[in-house]
Ligand binder design. Structure first.
Ligand SMILES: C[S@@+](CC[C@H](N)C(=O)[O-])C[C@H]1O[C@@H](n2cnc3c(N)ncnc32)[C@H](O)[C@@H]1O
Length: 222
C-alpha cells in the first residue's frame, strides 16, 4: 500500500452531504434524473456529481462543439447543452432510440433541443463518418460513455475528432475496481484495463484520472 494520504471514504452519508453542498442541479435535470432512475437500466445514467464537472470543463474550454458517445436518456447531454452558448452543439451518439426518447421532452422543456444533434447508429460508424467528412480536430470536448468493450476504439476516434487543447473524458475507468483485479478477464474489464494503460502511456495527451463516481479519465490533447 502506498504511503500517501488516502482519499476520504465516501459513505452514503458523506455522499448525501457532497450532493447537498456541491450539486446545483437545475430542476429539469433533477426531474430527468428521477424519471431515468425508474427505468430498468436506470443505473446507467451519469452520476449527478459528474454534471458540474462536465459543466466546468466545458466552461473552461469555452466549448461550442461537443461529442458524446452514449446518450442513454440524455442526462449528461442536457447538462452539457445547458452549458453551451447559443449556436453550440452536442452531437450525441447512441444505438437505441428508445432511451433518448425518454429525455427528449426534457431537452425541449429546457429550451436547448436545438443544441442537441442526436445520431442513432453504432458510435464507431458515426465517428468514422464524421472523420470522413473532415470533422477531425473540430470538437472541443468528447465524453465517452457507451459500450465498454469498444472504449479503446472510441478513445482513438475521439482523440482524432478533438482539437489540440481539447479534452476527451472517459467514464467508468474505475469500473467498480475490476481492472485492478488481474483475475477478472471479462471483455469489458479487459477493454477498460487496456484503455487505462494506453492513456497512461499516451504522450499525445495530458492525463488526469479522477477517482470519483466510477472513475473518469481526462485526456487533454496536446
Ligand atoms: C452508460 S449509458 C450512457 C449514459 C449517459 N452518458 C448519461 O448521461 O446518462 C451507455 C449508452 O451507450 C449506448 N450504446 C451501447 N452500445 C453502443 C454503440 N455501439 N454505439 C452507440 N451507443 C451505444 C447504450 O444504448 C446506452 O444508452
Amino acid at each position: 500500500m502506498s504511503s500517501h494520504v488516502r482519499p476520504t471514504p465516501l459513505t452514503d452519508h458523506h455522499y448525501d452531504y457532497v450532493l447537498s453542498v456541491g450539486l446545483r442541479e437545475p430542476e429539469v435535470l433533477r426531474r430527468l434524473r428521477e424519471a431515468t432512475a425508474l427505468l430498468p437500466d436506470g443505473e446507467w445514467q451519469t452520476a449527478p456529481e459528474q454534471g458540474p464537472v462536465l459543466e466546468m470543463l466545458l466552461r473552461l474550454l469555452n466549448a461550442r462543439r461537443v461529442l458524446e458517445v452514449g446518450t442513454f436518456t440524455g442526462y449528461g447531454t442536457l447538462w452539457m447543452a445547458l452549458t453551451l452558448p447559443p449556436g453550440g452543439k452536442v452531437i450525441s451518439l447512441d444505438v437505441r432510440p428508445e432511451f433518448p426518447a425518454v429525455g427528449q421532452p426534457f431537452w425541449q422543456e429546457a429550451g436547448v433541443s436545438d443544441r442537441i444533434d442526436l445520431r442513432i447508429a453504432p458510435a464507431e460508424k458515426t465517428m468514422d463518418a464524421l472523420l470522413a467528412e473532415g470533422a477531425a480536430g473540430s470538437f472541443d470536448f468528447a465524453f465517452i460513455d457507451a459500450d465498454k468493450e469498444n472504449c479503446v476504439r472510441y478513445y482513438e476516434q475521439c482523440l482524432a475528432l478533438v482539437r489540440p487543447g481539447g479534452i476527451v473524458a472517459v467514464d467508468n475507468t474505475l469500473w467498480d475496481g475490476r481492472p485492478a483485479d488481474s483475475a477478472n478477464n471479462e471483455a469489458s474489464t479487459r477493454a477498460i484495463r487496456e484503455l487505462n494503460a494506453r492513456a497512461f502511456a499516451d504522450e499525445r495527451v495530458h492525463l488526469c484520472f479522477l477517482p470519483f463516481a466510477d472513475g473518469m479519465t481526462l485526456a487533454g490533447k496536446r
